[in-house]
Ligand binder design. Structure first.
Ligand code: NAD
Length: 477
């Protein structure tokens, strides 16, 4: 990553970047019509190839539930495109900013401008959504875009590259290859903005590489998102909603509830309700088409190791089947697993789980969940279940997380007018809807001087006129 960019002609990645970079400096910013046309073509890429994307993602995963691909990827991206197209004219308009009294009748405007070339590095878990939802914001804001998808979804990545290249010129938006050396070289390009979605570990490397170019970054990272069940909660409802959010995409969701924290006396009851809800929704048959596979053998083994470690250290493991049961393992389907009696020395409470395992921690005092959470890295999401508004507000005011859903999981993410992003180790910056447009724009403040105000009175020789002006400024300050 310390290597400077290779000169054009030696490296296709650098060539592509330089072509975009040159045009971003020499061409005027794209008009509203040009941007709408790009969004329409992106829409066509997704809509015309929906079935192919669904099949490619499923083949990459082993099996990916088709309904989940439709809801959490295709429709989400199409929704972002529609929303951006509908509001773009307003987003692009210069914004009025009030003028400080002493400068009236001058005026202020905040003018959104494209940054230039935006890089997007995406993970494998929702590959369509996490490559294209950021691209919507970047294209709407008038940028040129380079996308680096994940090597863990090679069929999807090849299809994205092919379909984008048929609808876009290589200076508008391109999809790169996915080799390891491309990842490093990509993060070292002098983008005008780099958006990374992935693990906190790789996020640090990407931030370092971007820092060398002073490239601004958005980091959408992971971590351990807690689900707090308050004493006032409807236990059955909380169990069902947490179970669903945990098993969506087989737990391979950045904002999945990582662990549940439940009043001690209710832990066993809650665990049984979660188990019943998991069985009701996803059954106990590995051939269930609603239940998604784990993306790779390595990821499957990591989950097995988390469970084995918890069991060896004394936790009670509740599983629909053993993970090494050939019916499950051959399809890389990991049986839904509940871990009761998890303790902080267990790996399952130390690293992001990213799979269908739910550890349940018991608490005694109302303040315990907040104390537990605040001793750890700031989470990407926090979920709170209950009916006691004062207890809820105490938790909301004393914890910081990327986002919160009250009395359910995941849904703050789906609110297109809310910013999506983490804090600290779970990320920096945000996107979705207008937040994405702003992330990928320079909001440039412009001051238009008026011929009529008295700024010239500030020029020397100062004499008594400045004394009068100074007196006025002191009065106003
Ligand atoms: P990852 O960090 O392993 O990889 C993410 C991307 O970075 C991939 O494209 C990978 O090829 C690339 N990469 C790897 N090494 C690199 C390097 N040295 N330089 C530049 N790029 C490099 O993450 P993953 O396993 O693909 O995804 C899972 C993680 O992503 C989880 O931690 C999850 O929480 C997180 N995630 C976060 C969000 C969010 O919105 N905050 C969404 C989805 C996933």
């Amino acid at each position: 990553m310390d290597q400077p960019l290779k000169s054009p002609g030696q490296n296709a990645l650098a060539d592509a970047f330089h072509a975009m970079f040159e045009l971003s400096r020499t061409m005027p910013a794209p008009t509203l019509e040009e941007r709408l046309d790009r969004l329409a073509r992106l829409r066509a890429v997704v809509a015309d190839n929906e079935a192919r994307f669904e099949q490619a993602i499923s083949a990459d995963f082993g099996h990916r539930c088709a309904t989940e691909t439709a809801i959490a990827e295709t429709l989400l991206v199409l929704g972002e495109i529609k929303h951006a197209a509908r509001h773009l004219k307003k987003w692009m308009a210069p914004r009025r900013v009030s003028t400080a009294l002493q400068f009236i009748p001058a005026k202020n405007r905040l003018i959104p401008q494209p940054l230039g070339v935006v890089g997007i590095i995406a993970p494998w878990n929702y590959p369509l959504q996490l490559t294209l939802a950021p691209a919507v914001g970047a294209l709407a804001a008038g940028n040129r875009v380079m996308i680096k998808p994940s090597e863990l979804v090679p069929r999807f990545s090849a299809l994205l590259q092919e379909t984008i290249s048929t609808k876009f010129d290589a200076t508008e938006i391109i999809v790169t290859g996915v080799d390891e050396d491309i990842s490093m070289a990509f993060a070292s390009l002098a983008f005008d903005h780099l958006m990374f979605t992935g693990s906190t570990r790789v996020g640090r490397l990407v931030a370092e590489a971007a820092g060398r170019n002073l490239t601004p970054i958005t980091l959408e990272l992971g971590g351990k998102s807690p689900a707090i069940v308050d004493r006032s909660a409807d236990l059955g409802q909380a169990a069902e909603r947490i179970a669903y959010a945990k098993l969506l995409n087989a737990g391979q969701t950045c904002i999945a509830p990582d662990y549940a924290i439940v009043p001690e006396a209710s832990v066993q009851d809650f665990a049984e309700r979660v188990q019943a809800a998991m069985r009701r929704m996803f059954g106990t048959d590995p051939d269930n088409q609603d239940y998604t596979s784990i993306v790779s053998e390595r990821h499957f083994q990591r989950l097995e190791a988390l469970v084995a470690d918890a069991a060896a250290k004394g936790a009670t493991v509740m599983q629909a089947a053993k993970p090494d049961d050939p019916g499950w393992k051959s399809k890389r389907k990991f049986p839904p697993t509940i871990v009761v009696g998890a303790t902080p020395d267990m790996m399952i409470l130390q690293e992001e789980i990213f799979g269908p395992l739910l550890p349940i921690i018991g608490y005694r005092d109302a303040g315990d969940p907040v104390a537990y959470i605040n001793k750890r890295e700031r989470p990407l999401a926090l979920y709170w279940f209950g009916k006691d508004d004062a207890a809820r507000d105490a938790v909301l005011s004393r914890t910081i997380s990327g986002g919160v859903t009250v009395n359910d999981c995941l849904f703050h993410f789906t609110q297109i007018n809310q910013p999506m992003g983490g804090i600290g180790a779970s990320g920096t910056g945000a996107y979705h809807g207008e937040w994405g447009f702003r992330t990928f724009s320079k909001l440039k403040p412009v001051f238009y001087r008026s011929p009529f105000n008295r700024l010239a009175d500030l020029y020397p020789p100062y004499g008594t006129k400045i004394a009068r002006l100074e007196k006025m400024l002191r009065f106003m300050s």
